[in-house]
Design a protein around this ligand. Structure first.
Ligand code: NAD
Ligand code: ZN
Length: 342
């Protein structure tokens, strides 16, 4: 089968021929139709320090996908050949207290599809049946291919009650933008999203009914004054990984405000803890998606009017994957979907 492989310990990815994976009794084989390029894939493509530390070579990469079940293992009863599916890209163990207690997303033995185990940028993916998520008709393959990052957005946005709250999102990358759409969908009042990249801010405005703010040009107190907000934002969703964005968030939250943090700083950063303490802020780190509550809520919201399709800015054939990685690296894109069928 065709597969996009980290074949050498150097920058790049290679479209290679690999054997179709053999499945075990508790697995399914998924024929991949569409995949999304993630920031993680860019790290692996660029072969940065994190990737060198984390990814064994050779490795088929990719973890955002939609396809059709092509084969089911002997023990699998609830899934059928021909069913349209996506799936959770975190493969867990069943030994930890968290996993045995049903808190699957907190399992410390988690392995990443396309990071630690063979991934979805291929014509076929082996996946434990436990991880499979069937797709409703309302979710076509290109939306199915971006459920993983939408799940990050949903997990982060639903960490705190947003109804009637003023929400500050720092970072208008694809995930920040989708979280803005979710905040609007569930009933936040003001939704402000910041970035320093005008292309991304413009995209945010087309995907969701939000107030985009370029923090290189405008400060948040004047935005709040413009919106008639007196005290500060109630909830912050940190989606940039930029330490200065986190500082701005702390400065512009109300006393007792809450922050959900998805963004990953590229190096350890200093935090003014005095402000966090005296403002009595709550901070919550977010990793991945809740299995499988996030998946349920995200599919239900997509079926009931959540519309994030415009976050997909590029649709390319897998043979043009290099162009996709280039535009993604430039920062001038939303989500990029690669088609494995043409
Ligand atoms: P992205 O890199 O595409 O978007 C980040 C955005 O932040 C960019 O548009 C960038 O211009 C903007 N930014 C940079 N400095 C800023 C500043 N000072 N103020 C405001 N915005 C600023 O990333 P993404 O794919 O949308 O993901 C968002 C973040 O979440 C990334 O840090 C990513 O590594 C992280 N992530 C975490 C998880 C998890 O499980 N915790 C999963 C996926 C992604
Ligand atoms: Zn991803």
């Amino acid at each position: 089968m065709k597969a996009l492989v980290k074949a050498k310990a150097e920058p790049g990815l290679w479209l290679d021929d690999r054997p179709v994976p053999e499945i075990g009794p508790d697995d399914v084989l998924i024929k991949i139709n569409k995949t999304g390029i993630c920031g993680t894939d860019i790290h692996i493509y660029a072969w940065d320090e994190w990737a060198q530390r984390t990814v064994p070579v050779p490795m088929i990469v990719g973890h955002e996908y939609a396809g059709v079940i092509a084969e089911v293992g002997a023990n699998v009863r609830n899934l059928k050949i021909g069913q349209r599916v996506s799936g959770e890209g975190h493969v867990i163990g069943m030994n930890s207290r968290a996993a045995r207690g049903g808190r699957f997303h907190l399992d410390p033995e988690t392995k990443g599809v396309g990071v630690n185990i063979p991934g979805a940028f291929a014509e076929y993916l082996r996946l434990p049946a436990f991880n499979v998520v069937p797709l409703p008709d309302a979710v076509d393959d290109e939306l199915g291919a971006i459920l993983d990052p939408l799940g990050n957005a949903v997990h982060t946005a639903l960490s705190f009650d947003l109804v009637g709250e003023d929400v500050l999102i720092t970072g208008a990358g694809p995930i920040g933008i989708m979280s803005a759409a979710v905040a609007r969908h569930v009933g936040a009042r003001h939704v402000v999203i910041t970035d320093i990249n005008p292309t991304r801010l413009e995209l945010a405005g087309t995907v969701a009914d939000v107030t985009p703010v370029n923090v290189a040009k405008e400060d948040l107190p004047s935005v709040m004054a413009r919106l008639g907000m007196k005290e500060g934002f109630d909830i912050g969703l940190e989606m940039s990984g930029a330490p200065s964005a986190f500082d701005q968030m702390v400065d512009n939250l109300v006393m007792g405000g809450k922050i959900a943090m998805l963004g990953i700083p590229s190096r350890p950063a200093t935090v003014d803890w005095t402000k966090v303490v005296f403002k009595m802020l709550t901070l919550k780190g977010i990793y991945g998606r809740e299995m499988f509550e996030t998946w349920h809520k995200m599919l239900a919201m997509l079926e009931s009017g959540l519309d994030i399709r415009k976050v997909i800015t590029h649709r390319l054939s897998i043979s043009d994957f290099k162009a996709g990685f280039d535009v993604m690296q430039s920062g001038n894109s939303g989500k990029i979907v690669l088609d494995w069928t043409r």
